[in-house]
Design a protein. Structure first.
Length: 68
């Protein structure tokens, strides 16, 4: 077990990187889309539909989460 209160800033930034991705609604060229981002906020992909975005994340064995 690791006490997260003792993690470095770099360790905190990496927390969840390989397990979690988030989906955020965006507008691209005037069209609604859903952006997929890594846990640290790095953009990874765009999808036309939220369900497709979640499916893509699950397909890569990660847990999706929705950001408002």
């Amino acid at each position: 077990m690791v006490d997260i209160r003792h993690l470095s800033e770099q360790q905190l930034q990496m927390l969840g990187m390989s397990q979690v991705a988030y989906v955020k609604s965006v507008t691209v060229d005037g069209e609604a889309a859903f952006a997929i981002h890594a846990a640290d906020g790095t953009p990874m992909a765009l999808a036309d539909d939220c369900e497709v975005a979640f499916a893509a994340i699950r397909q890569h064995e990660m847990m999706p989460t929705l950001v408002h």
